[in-house]
Ligand binder design. Structure first.
Ligand code: ADP
Length: 286
């Protein structure tokens, strides 16, 4: 087990707010700063399946409107970590977690009582698309109806807008009553993204969303991620390092449950600070 953790950690006196980032000062003016808004802040998270540790003292800040990629060899804890962000691990029996996860400064384990509200704010896309055995329209409308929206016009408008956001509208606008299960794998995955977007999440967690897709469908998902980050904060697990390099702003490298290094993607892939990261990036193991 490696010893250390990321160096972005500092004390957590309301980091949900703004952390000034130095930029190049403009000549003859006062020093400029660009505020970086932390959307989610994770501190000292440990996670256990029974007695078996899966995450060790993980701390990280997830920046708003950025894509954060989680990489590392299979079994290093990426998915487990992702699921701590919206309490999806709570549904797995005999697990235990310590540490804190905050969304906009609010502790999601202590202060958010209703997990479905949290999962509306922090939506999730899985590796295998999982549309409901319902029509395309009903899949996207599902979350709206569950949230008590009954206005048919509003639902129809939202479904259309959301399918457009998910780059799927043109392909399905004439077959909205068809079963979602008849769509191709890539279309199903974009439908699941539309379903998640319909309830207006702030953060979208993606667990290898393109790993089961062909290259063209994968490219569409990657384009979509680039577009979505204008309005959403995205955390994506990927085993594909080229994909991490293409889609993400920052990359976090996990190994044996430890967050070894987190930094700007370009730096992680060209000049990582840690030897372990370099060995992984250059294919020496994994
Ligand atoms: P990754 O996403 O990096 O492949 P995971 O988070 O899936 O890693 O797994 C981390 C560790 O936790 C692995 O050793 C895995 O076997 C274990 N693990 C994952 N899910 C479960 C589970 N439901 N029950 C028991 N152990 C699990």
């Amino acid at each position: 087990m490696l010893d250390n953790n990321i160096d972005t950690m500092t004390d957590d006196k309301e980091r949900a707010t703004l952390i000034p980032q130095p930029t190049t000062p403009a000549r003859h003016t006062e020093k400029q700063t660009t505020p970086t808004q932390i959307k989610m802040s994770v501190r000292d998270v440990n996670f256990f399946y029974g007695e078996k540790p899966a995450l060790h003292q993980v701390s990280i800040d997830i920046v708003v409107n950025q894509v954060t990629a989680l990489i590392g060899p299979s079994g290093c804890g990426k998915s487990t970590f992702l699921r701590t962000l919206n309490r999806m691990n709570d549904t797995i029996p005999e697990t235990r977690m310590t540490g804190t996860v905050k969304l906009d400064g609010v502790d999601v384990y202590q202060s958010i009582k209703d997990e479905s509200t949290l999962r509306t704010q922090v939506g999730m896309i899985f590796q295998k698309s999982n549309p409901f055995p319902k029509s395309i329209f009903d899949n996207v409308a599902y979350g709206l109806r569950v949230n008590g929206i009954r206005d048919k016009y509003l639902i129809a408008q939202t479904v259309e807008r959301t399918l457009k956001k998910a780059y799927l509208w043109e392909e399905v606008k004439d077959i909205m009553d068809n079963s979602a299960l008849a769509l191709s794998g890539g279309q199903q995955q974009r439908l699941c993204i539309a379903r998640a977007l319909a309830v207006e999440p702030e953060v979208i967690l993606m667990d290898e969303p393109a790993s089961a897709l062909d290259p063209i469908s994968t490219a569409k998902i990657e384009d979509l991620i680039a577009e979505l980050k204008r309005n959403y904060t995205i955390v994506i697990v990927t085993h594909n390092m080229q994909q991490a390099a293409r889609v993400s702003d920052t990359t976090a490298f996990f190994y044996e449950g430890v967050l070894i290094e987190h930094g700007p993607t370009k730096q992680i892939f060209t000049k990582p600070d840690r030897k372990k990261t370099e060995d992984y990036i250059t294919g020496r193991f994994g």
